[in-house]
Design a protein around this ligand. Structure first.
Ligand code: NAP
Length: 244
């Protein structure tokens, strides 16, 4: 039986690319989605038609009870959990001075507290087995800060601190916790940007292009592999040289 991965926000973008790659490499994949039901069902259909072991679960990662039910469903369906990819997230561009408390809370609830809920719920299952991995999707903006994205940058910087601290705490239980800090990746998250803004972001990237979701998935597959068993608490930049 293959290993099992839960991927949050797996219906599109980076999460979808992870689902496709991990399924193709023999993982049993639980696709989490929130609103993108049609895309998630279509992805499951495509992957199952290739003979891959894939199931769906709708859960809002901001809600602990929904996350706990998702983890229970994963165990009941696949029998184990070996890996969690905390990928789901939101972005928003706002001048800090205009940011409302509600917008701040929505960002932190999804991008940081959601990671807390999913990680704690999964860890309660995998800690006793002393084997498993957590991969968090942070961002270059959590490393260097983005103007007009203070709340996003703060949440992603929080994920980096969370990753380092948790890696130390659960290292003795043989659980590896790492994060990937993507640069600018070509996904629906970029839709709000104008063509000029996108060109400026490309110009700031030494490789002069956006990354692809598949390039983030490839890094996640490596971190999930046994070849990465001695890597924990790290922030892996997949950013075209944006942060060096
Ligand atoms: P995306 O296409 O907008 O996908 C985001 C995903 O997050 C969606 O599938 C969405 O699910 C899910 N999501 C949002 N809120 C959720 C909630 N409350 N519960 C469950 N799922 C939720 O963006 P992406 O670019 O692939 O982003 C994936 C991750 O990479 C995010 O954490 C993002 O911050 C990070 N990242 C992206 C870039 C980039 O340039 N694209 C760069 C650095 C980091 P539904 O559609 O089902 O609602």
């Amino acid at each position: 039986m293959g290993k099992t991965v839960i991927i949050t926000g797996a219906a599109r973008g980076i999460g979808r690319a992870c689902a496709e790659l991990f399924a193709a490499h023999g993982y049993q994949v639980l696709l989490n989605y929130h609103h993108s039901m049609t895309a998630a069902e279509e992805l499951r259909r495509q992957l199952q038609s290739r003979g891959y072991s894939v199931e769906l679960y709708q859960a809002d990662i901001r809600c602990r009870s929904q996350v706990d039910l998702m983890v229970e469903y994963c165990l009941a369906t696949f029998g184990s959990i070996d890996l969690l990819i905390n990928n789901a997230g939101i972005a928003q561009s706002r001048l800090f001075i205009d940011l409302t408390p509600e917008e701040w809370a929505a960002m932190i609830d999804t991008n940081l507290t959601g990671v807390f809920h999913c990680t704690q719920s999964v860890l309660r299952q995998i800690l006793p087995r002393k084997q498993g991995k957590i991969i968090n999707i942070a961002s270059i903006w959590g490393q260097v800060g983005a103007s007009c994205e203070v709340h996003y940058s703060a949440a992603k910087a929080g994920i980096i601190g969370f990753t380092k601290a948790l890696a130390k705490e659960v290292g003795p239980s043989n659980i590896q916790v790492n994060c990937i800090a993507p640069g600018v990746i070509d996904t629906p998250m970029l839709d709000p940007f104008t063509a000029e803004e996108k060109a400026a972001l490309k110009a700031q990237t030494p490789l002069e292009r956006f990354g692809t979701p598949a390039e983030i998935a490839a890094c996640a597959l490596f971190l999930a592999s046994e070849a990465a068993n001695f890597i924990t608490g790290q922030v892996i930049g997949v950013n075209g040289g944006f942060v060096v």
